[in-house]
Ligand binder design. Sequence first.
Ligand SMILES: Nc1ncnc2c1ncn2[C@@H]1O[C@H](COP(=O)(O)OP(=O)(O)OP(=O)(O)O)[C@@H](O)[C@H]1O
Length: 476
Amino acid sequence: MEIDEPTNGTSSSRLAPIEEVKPTPKQIKRIAAHSHVKGLGIDPETNEALPEGAGFVGQIAARTAASIIVDMIRMKSMAGRAVLLAGPPATGKTAIALAMSHELGDGVPFVPLVASEVFSSEVKKTEVLMRSFRRAIGLRVKETKDVYEGEVTELTPVETSENSGLGKTISHLLIGLKTAKGSKQLKLDPSIYDSILKQRVEVGDVIYIEANSGIVKRVGRCDVYASEFDLEADEFVPMPKGDVRKSKDIVQNVSLHDLDLANSRPQGRQGDVTNIVSQLMAPKKTEVTDRLRSEINKVVNEYIESGVAELMPGVLFIDEVHMLDVECFTYLYRALESPMAPVVVFATNRGTTTVRGLDDKAPHGIPPEMLDRLMIIPTMKYNEEDVRKILAHRTEAENVQFDEKAFDLLSRVGSEKSLRYALQLIAPARLCAQTCGREIIDLVDVERCTKLFMDRSESLQKAEEAQKRLAEKNSK
Ligand SMILES: Nc1ncnc2c1ncn2[C@@H]1O[C@H](COP(=O)(O)OP(=O)(O)OP(=O)(O)O)[C@@H](O)[C@H]1O
């Protein structure tokens, strides 16, 4: 950056002095419960989970098993099967499911659902499950399209010559596109101009326009402009090679649920996948019926058979599975057998409990016929060392600093009481320290928080004592 020297001349010839740029205050980042977990942390050579990797600590057998499931999903040999992550609270079941989604990458859908979300007064529970199932099944549509592609060199809206009384309107748009091989000027319909405006296309951007539908897609900013600013939020792409008009392979990822919604619109041309994709963001107007879904399945099957589309079964993660009732399980049992089924990952922290809707008790509150079909991955309680390491990962993610003695106490609380309780004390302990003008959390802050907040077992003990006292009083 050039710096203007202040001159001694008259005030009119003086340039405004350059002010020191103050660093912007630290941005408050939203830290989620699992933001420290970036993957399953698998050793690529042995295919075993590392003792510590990708933010994960311990739980080696469960993580290794989850990575085998991920490989099976990638090889498409998992569809229609279901996995159960079972173990005590805060043993990383949700974290493992989330890490599986990280490992699967963007193309494979991952749909999280808490079992109690199924119960709504407006939508049938089987309908909620069906929607989630279809959200978790992706379709990769590969098409070769005739397109005009290049860097935008000119963008001129041409107005109509006569004034209609309502002001001038755009008669057409002139757009110049340049590639490494040549350039072309196109005259476009005003409706295409709307979509160009919506995507904020500017001169210097690389775009393509589908020749037969006029659909415009901004690919990114041409990398010629990459050094324009010190910091850039845009994605830079190379200038396209070849002619402006060419055939291009276009890949789009959609879920079956997206297709259902797009086709529930009355004006949607049924069965045309490209048309469907372009309407994805449109609001829903009519109901998605079973008939519509089977129509979509038929068209999708045709596309798969002709090689235009590829089915990408993703993951449907249902947490707190013991909350589902017997009707939901019967539905799931059947849905899993359908040829278009995602991988279903259940999680629960319950042992033997009553199956909702039945009087019988069953392991994890899951009916035996369903339990029989599940691949069960157990998660184990952590030892003191693991708890300490998990807390260290969390403090780093939350950007808080503990004094050594304070951290020792927090780790002890984590292993003696519960990991989740210790994790929950981090934020209030930080606040206590800040109120006393300290950046580093001291032993007194942790001690204070353990007195102010109870853990689950202490609260249970207090409730039992109160009940006992009440019973004694009533018996007198
Ligand atoms: N092995 C681990 N490594 C790193 N972080 C972990 C690990 N296990 C758990 N955590 C963290 O501990 C917290 C609780 O874990 P999580 O929510 O995954 O437990 P859960 O088994 O799903 O519990 P619940 O049964 O109560 O739903 C989360 O912040 C999670 O990221």
